[in-house]
Ligand binder design. Structure first.
Ligand SMILES: Nc1nc2c(ncn2[C@@H]2O[C@H](COP(=O)(O)OP(=O)(O)OP(=O)(O)O)[C@@H](O)[C@H]2O)c(=O)[nH]1
Ligand SMILES: [Mg+2]
Length: 232
């Protein structure tokens, strides 16, 4: 079987990334050994745009919207990291989910799919009350799901929260949202992850559409995620 990788490079220097599209035997190996990343969050938060960027390294302009009706899985892909892209991370699949099914079903998906990483995408442009309500419901059920589901808990090595649409809010609003999100995580997840584990959950700013500043924030998110997964 042939091994062919189509690649695209983004970023510069040490933190640059190179997406690969494995074929043949290498695709089989990537599926077998790679990580599953589950992307969750409320409707229109930017899950599909983030997932697309994760796999392809491309961003659409704001406003191009295609509602997700079903769970959608990407094909296997790889991400090369570091200088000369010396570390290659295998991603079995990234799984994009429809926001309309709600936070309780999203938590249940973690139990069913048993991903290695969960990315919670929140919409910074919505009211803090709406956002934290979604997160309360999600985390409350996730606590139950992980306490009952030993296999899901053991597999899940990374949880990350993205405050997406950062372009829509100022620094004060961002800091307030970040604090409230951290408080919700502490309230519900300290039993399953421990106080230190919850503190270690990154809450990162993100923009998942084209902007004049380029993909600085989303690149930081993807690099961080890949570096964390690479050490697991
Ligand atoms: N300004 C801005 N718009 C964004 C950002 N991310 C996504 N959008 C826009 O938000 C809308 C929804 O994005 P999607 O990625 O489709 O949202 P989703 O979470 O997949 O939504 P569902 O599939 O309905 O659950 C689109 O019009 C995007 O262009 C962002 O960071 N900034
Ligand atoms: Mg979507």
């Amino acid at each position: 079987m042939s091994v062919r990788i189509e690649a695209v490079s983004v970023g510069q220097g040490e933190r640059s990334m190179k997406r690969g599209n494995p074929r043949g035997l290498y695709a089989f190996i990537t599926r077998a050994l790679g990580k599953e990343i589950l992307v969750l969050g409320p409707s229109t938060a930017g899950k599909s745009k983030f997932t697309e960027y994760l796999r392809l390294g491309t961003l659409d302009p704001e406003g191009q919207r295609e509602m997700t009706y079903h769970v959608r899985k990407t094909p296997a892909f790889t991400v090369g990291l570091g200088q000369e892209h010396g570390v290659t991370l295998k991603i079995r699949r990234a799984v994009d989910t429809p926001g309309q099914v709600g936070p309780v079903e999203h938590a249940a998906l973690v139990g069913r799919r048993k991903p290695h990483a969960v990315i919670i995408v929140l919409d910074s442009s919505k009211s803090i009350l709406m956002t934290t309500m979604w997160l309360h419901l999600f985390c409350d059920r996730l606590d139950t799901v992980l306490r009952r589901g030993f296999a899901a808990k053991r597999r899940l090595s990374e949880v990350m929260v993205l405050l997406n649409k950062r372009d829509k809010i100022d620094s004060t609003e961002f800091n307030q949202l970040k604090e409230e999100v951290a408080a919700v995580l502490r309230k519900h997840l300290e039993v399953v992850f421990g106080a230190e584990g919850v503190r270690a959950i990154p809450i990162m700013e993100c923009i998942s559409v084209q902007t004049e500043e380029g993909p600085v924030l989303i690149d930081r998110v993807v690099t961080d995620l890949m570096e964390r997964l690479a050490t697991r």
